[in-house]
Design a protein around this ligand. Structure first.
Ligand code: HEC
Length: 250
């Protein structure tokens, strides 16, 4: 009888040990996180180093239109030249130099996005069309960005995808200048008779020292883009790094 009792104890012990072990489940890797399932409440173990999180605090979502990154450069490069929608000229009361002014003077209608004044004016005819002739109309892509921004609530969202790693002409500088400068330094009435459409035109402004002086708002240069705030520091750093590297056509 004592023996039977002993065997029962051993058996209970084995069952107990097995049960206990079955609770020690392996952590599961889900996306960026290790999840440790214990009973029904998973404990999330964060394995991302802190500097990675800080570096990419606001990663850009490809389906979201960001005002500072996507919309403002279009408005500045096409609408805020002197005589148009800078603060000093404020044609028709419309000022398009920053978020607050765009919202208060641009006739934005979140409830009926395509009826917003700044959007409708892109399709108007004659003198009402913006930008006015002889400036070319915005491209279909630029118009779509503005409409999508209003449709998504016309918010002042920011994100960070600018990096100073591996700066190249084709990958960084050309797209940067295309977005921020081409509207005023293209084929039609280029500002200061300076065109910035290709490597040769851009390198001319590097060699005479004006490109960096202008975007960095240095003394003795015309601040670019004019009538608005300096571009974000990361963009200016990209230009600086590329020039320090010998401004290669890479
Ligand atoms: C809203 C129109 C506009 C935008 C946007 C603009 N520019 Fe200009 N830019 C001008 C005008 C106009 C001049 C001539 C200014 C003058 O002579 O007073 C000029 C002059 C310049 C000059 C000569 C500066 C000097 O000191 O002589 C450079 C270089 C330049 N722009 C580069 C740029 C770059 C790079 C960008 C984009 C980051 C840019 N511009 C965006 C209108 C613009």
């Amino acid at each position: 009888m004592k023996k039977l009792f002993f065997y029962c104890l051993v058996l209970l012990g084995v069952i107990f040990a097995f049960q206990f072990q079955s609770c020690q489940r392996e952590p599961v890797y889900i996306g960026d996180l290790w999840v440790q399932p214990i009973d029904t409440l998973p404990i999330i173990i964060d394995t991302i180093p802190d500097d990675t999180i800080a570096w990419n605090l606001h990663p850009c979502d490809p389906d979201t239109v960001y005002f500072q990154k996507d919309v403002l450069p279009i408005l500045i490069s096409n609408c805020t030249m002197s005589g148009c929608h800078d603060v000093a000229s404020h044609k028709e009361g419309v000022i398009l130099v920053d978020y607050a002014h765009v919202l208060s003077t641009g006739g934005i209608k979140v409830s009926n996005p395509s009826n917003s004044k700044i959007y409708k004016s892109l399709f108007a005819s004659g003198e009402d069309r913006m930008p006015q002739a002889p400036q070319p109309a915005l491209t279909a892509d630029q118009k779509a960005v503005i409409l999508k921004w209003i449709t998504q609530g016309a918010q002042d969202l920011t994100c960070d995808d600018c990096t100073t790693d591996n700066v190249t002409f084709a990958g960084s500088i050309a797209p940067l200048l295309k977005t921020h400068c081409e509207g005023c330094h293209g084929n039609v009435n280029p500002g200061g008779s300076i065109q910035l459409l290709n490597y040769n035109q851009i390198i001319t402004q590097v060699d005479n020292g004006k490109l960096l002086g202008a975007v960095d708002h240095q003394a003795g240069f015309k601040p670019m883009p004019p009538n608005v705030s300096k571009m974000p520091a990361c963009y200016i750093e990209q230009i600086q790094l590329w020039i320090n590297d010998g401004a290669p056509n890479n």
